[in-house]
Design a protein around this ligand. Structure first.
Ligand SMILES: Cc1cc2nc3c(=O)[nH]c(=O)nc-3n(C[C@H](O)[C@H](O)[C@H](O)COP(=O)(O)OP(=O)(O)OC[C@H]3O[C@@H](n4cnc5c(N)ncnc54)[C@H](O)[C@@H]3O)c2cc1C
Length: 581
């Protein structure tokens, strides 16, 4: 496998890999990583779909990429997907998947046309003092020390950041800045998370710096991601003959381990309560999604709090990864990620408003109408003085294709779920949907006298507690995550958010698709480049632009001895053009 960039490889079709007609594939987990791997096996590996089986523990497809519920009990989304044009592998996949919305178009066409016609940007990024605009504007308020921290982080050797927390490498000044406020709420980083992952993020998304205060560099799907991303992909796979075996908890994958050869030999599962499995030969490829960010996610309802379920349970993804990891040191260390639930949890809530009383307040902050079919808040709005550090967003409505006209679906989340709210005086994780709505209404500026009545009858809210949502952000070192294809592996790959891939970062749809593509291309010897991670960090124009932005436009002084040289060269012209001097 190799990485490539440019149109030559992007549009090339690989030849059929030798021996593929004799091979079959089993994919453990039915999230985006496995669905993408199945699609690459078919499209690029030219494997017959009938030879592919996906083993999924639940009765649903798509894993984290969900969207469920109804108009009576409330709509459900665990999250929304901030996406961008530089998801190289994801768009390489979705260019081939037919849209379910527009006849003759691909999912990529649909997304591209939508975001061209209706570009995303927010008109108010933060609130404070119950709905007031603190006018944080587009400034990052980083002082010299804070900017130096960022530069040092980018220049650091990855191995120097192994097992380090963000607050071990960044100063107090950095944490006091607007930059950190925007950053942590957009990506859900906490100061105790991995400094290495933070470095990878800054590098990977350096071209997003301009969009941090207003999300103008982000793009969103038409509906929730189950309907807009999971369903078209599953429809395509089923049409190609792929089997999705639901209600199948994979308990273990057994391996034959020899010094130069590691071979998956059996998959053990419990399907609908019955123990079963399948023997694996060298001609059977096994793809395992090891670990899941939505493991043990629990839904509450308007009257009931969601349960916080931090225990590793039999038949879950951590249990499976532990069983696998116990067989060879190159299969990673799951306990690094699944044993600190207090540091990896947060909670979201899906609010379905039922009449016009609540949307009036949302419109004041969004500065846009709710049900125009177009961008509404244009990304999250953060109540910056909220003790839960609460953010909320309204995507294009309807957010579900069969949502009635009078309903608006809102996604709310809190990063700190164990401290009392400012209005309800209870921790978020102990709150019912109704109480979370009260706290949110308070921070939107609804008069105190109206809050209880509006939360009781103006919305249905379903909270969702996710104990492992940021498990992949825990400080880590080499070997904690298995390589996509470990050394000497013959017939298996690890895919998803806990597989080691070069340069890219986690908590993205792109990461799941990238690891899937890398796994398929390696195991089948597909002779085409996997798209290189978007290289903005190596583009001097992006570096200049972000330098100017991180200085809030303050010009960089040039030492007098260098002035003449700079002025006479293309360097000076570019520094001027990108606002640095
Ligand atoms: C709240 C939230 C917000 C997000 N925001 C963004 C964003 O803004 N932008 C972005 O690009 N991405 C975002 N993501 C991330 C993205 O959605 C995920 O990274 C991606 O969907 C993960 O896919 P996956 O297949 O790797 O893993 P998962 O979706 O976790 O899939 C794992 C699957 O394995 C199954 N499973 C578990 N154990 C077993 C077992 N023992 N046997 C069989 N099956 C098993 C699970 O049921 C699940 O279906 C967000 C995710 C969430 C939850």
């Amino acid at each position: 496998m190799y990485h490539s960039k440019g149109n030559y490889e992007a549009f090339a079709r690989p030849q059929k890999p030798a021996g593929v007609d004799k091979k079959s594939a089993y994919l453990v987990g039915g999230g985006l990583a496995s669905l993408a791997a199945a699609a690459f096996l078919i499209r690029d590996g030219q494997m017959a779909g009938e030879r592919i089986t996906i083993l999924e523990a639940s009765s649903m497809d798509g894993g984290a990429l969900d969207g469920a519920g109804d108009e009576h009990t409330g709509w459900l989304i665990r999250g929304g997907r901030e996406m961008e044009s530089a998801f190289e592998c994801l768009w390489d996949l979705y260019r081939s998947i037919p849209s379910l919305e527009i006849e003759g178009a691909s999912v990529l066409d649909e997304f591209y046309w939508l975001n061209k016609a209706d570009p995303n940007f927010s008109l108010q990024r933060t609130t404070e003092n119950q709905g007031a605009d603190p006018a944080t504007g587009k400034t990052f308020t980083l002082d010299h020390r804070g900017r130096k921290d960022i530069v040092k982080l980018v220049l650091a050797l990855p191995e120097k950041l192994y097992d380090k927390r963000i607050d071990e490498v960044m100063s107090h000044a950095f944490f006091a800045s607007n930059f950190w406020l925007y950053w942590r709420t957009m990506f859900a980083f906490e100061q105790w998370h991995s400094a290495l992952e933070m470095k990878l993020y800054v590098q990977r998304f350096i071209h997003q710096i301009a969009g941090l205060p207003d999300f103008s560099t982000l793009k969103f799907t038409k509906y929730n991601q189950y309907e807009s991303l999971t369903l078209p992909l599953v429809t395509w796979l089923l049409a190609h003959g792929v089997t999705i075996q639901h209600n199948t908890k994979v308990m273990n994958v057994e391996f034959d381990i020899a010094p130069q050869c590691k071979c998956a030999s059996r998959i053990e599962w419990i399907k609908d309560g019955v123990v079963g499995g399948v023997d694996i030969t060298e001609n059977d490829l096994v793809f395992v999604t090891n670990g899941s960010l939505v493991e043990n996610a629990d839904w509450g309802d308007h009257k009931t709090a969601a349960k916080f379920l931090p225990e590793v349970r039999d038949g879950g993804s951590w249990h499976l990864w532990r069983n696998i990891a116990s067989q060879d040191t190159s299969f990673g260390r799951p306990d690094k990620f699944c044993t600190s639930p207090e540091q990896t949890q947060w909670e979201s809530a899906t609010v379905t408003t039922l009449d016009e009383r609540i949307p009036v307040y949302m419109e004041k902050i969004a500065k846009r109408g709710m049900r125009t079919g177009c961008v509404v808040t244009g990304g999250i709005v953060t109540a910056k003085d909220s003790s839960w550090l609460m953010s909320w967003t309204v995507n294009r409505q309807p957010h579900f294709s069969d949502q009635p006209d009078n309903q608006t679906v809102v996604w709310v989340y809190g990063l700190f779920t164990d401290v009392p709210g400012d209005y309800v005086k209870k921790s978020m994780r102990d709150c019912s949907g109704e109480e979370i709505t009260q706290e949110w209404l308070y921070h939107m500026g609804v008069p105190k006298d109206d809050i209880k009545m509006m939360a009781a009858s103006g919305a249905i809210t379903r909270p969702c507690m996710m104990p492992f949502i940021t498990a992949f952000f825990m400080p880590r070192t080499k070997g904690d995550r298995p390589e996509v294809v470990p050394e000497h592996a013959v017939n298996f790959a690890f895919i998803g958010q806990f597989a080691e891939t070069s340069r890219d970062c986690v908590f993205t749809t792109e990461c799941s698709v990238r690891t899937a593509m890398e796994g398929v291309y390696q195991l089948l010897n597909v002779d085409r480049g996997v798209p290189e991670v978007f290289g903005s960090i190596y583009d001097v124009r992006e570096l200049m632009k972000s330098t100017a932005l991180l200085r809030d436009g303050k010009k960089l002084p040039i030492p007098s001895f260098a002035k003449r040289y700079v002025k006479r060269t293309i360097i000076g012209r570019m520094l001027e053009e990108y606002g640095v001097i």
